[in-house]
Design a protein around this ligand. Structure first.
Ligand code: FPP
Length: 264
């Protein structure tokens, strides 16, 4: 049985949506947005043009995800390693773009009942970016629809380091490590993603078959979908196509039909 098409989808999105089982949507989708530079290069334009075009892809993807009822969307916007590899001018541009995005997008996020959160070492970002981030999160904090999490200055290994540190610090301020029992649940609770949990589907654009230090612990049982589409060309309908592929796969969780407890 097919449910009615959600409001606001364009014709192409509606066509893909009609092929989906609305009862088996992934709850949490995470995306490695890649290919902005290649998109620009193929047009003989500077890399920053690709990032600017990438914002349109973010907008379309976020709105479509919210419209169809995805509960959580996590976007890998800026990896901790990005600082080292990119020229300063490009990093500065990305920071300005992020500030502008946050300012411009709050009304759209509120209209779509989206709550904004972040993962990553935000204290290492420029102060004015941190302030804008705090503002946008506060402005959307009353929304109870989709949770949009931006991974900014994020790296999965630094996340684990921070989680282990916080477990240790909590134990030390609560009587020491003698009775500390390390469990998967305890680690989950100390990861940046404690507000959102594990992704069911991880999408990577532009064809690379790597996780690139993104949600390594949390992706243990995720379906991974790699599309050759470059991020600036990605739109809501591509998101729905990835959901269609996700639904075609049988999720077995390493032999179990149901996910092990705590891992979903
Ligand atoms: C990867 O492309 C993309 C990024 C490093 C940045 C992603 C940023 C945006 C989509 C725009 C701003 C984000 C938000 C949330 C407003 P790349 O430059 O690594 O591409 P390449 O691999 O082709 O060089």
């Amino acid at each position: 049985m097919r449910a009615t098409i959600p409001e606001g989808l364009d014709r192409k999105e509606a066509e893909v949506y009609a092929r989906l089982d609305p009862k088996r949507l992934p709850k949490h989708i995470a995306i490695i947005m890649d290919g902005n530079g290649r998109w620009a290069k193929s047009r003989h334009m500077p890399r920053i043009t690709g990032h600017r075009a990438g914002v349109k892809a973010v907008r379309s993807t976020v709105e479509t995800a919210a419209r169809v009822g995805i509960e959580a969307l996590t976007l890998y916007a800026f990896s901790a390693e990005n600082w080292k590899r990119r020229p300063k001018g490009e990093v500065d541009f990305l920071m300005r773009l992020l500030r502008k995005y946050l300012k411009d997008e709050v009304p759209t996020l509120n209209r779509n009942n989206i709550r904004l959160k972040y993962i990553g070492r935000r204290h290492e970002l420029p102060l004015e970016v941190q302030e804008r981030m705090a503002w946008a999160a506060e402005e959307t904090s009353e929304n109870d629809g989709m949770v949009l999490t931006l991974a900014l200055n994020y790296g999965a290994r630094t996340e684990m380091v921070d989680a282990f540190k916080s477990i240790l610090e909590n134990a030390m301020s609560n009587g020491g490590v003698e009775h500390l029992e390390i469990t998967e649940e305890l680690i989950d609770k100390n990861l940046y993603t404690r507000h959102v949990g594990d992704p069911d589907l991880v999408i990577r654009t532009s064809g690379e078959m790597r996780l690139s230090n993104f949600l390594l612990w949390q992706s243990a049982y995720a379906e991974i979908y790699v599309t050759p589409t470059l991020w600036p060309d990605f739109r809501g309908r591509h998101l729905l196509e990835s959901v269609f592929e996700y639904q075609k796969r049988e999720r077995r969780y390493g032999g179990l039909i149901e996910p092990p407890s705590g891992l979903h």
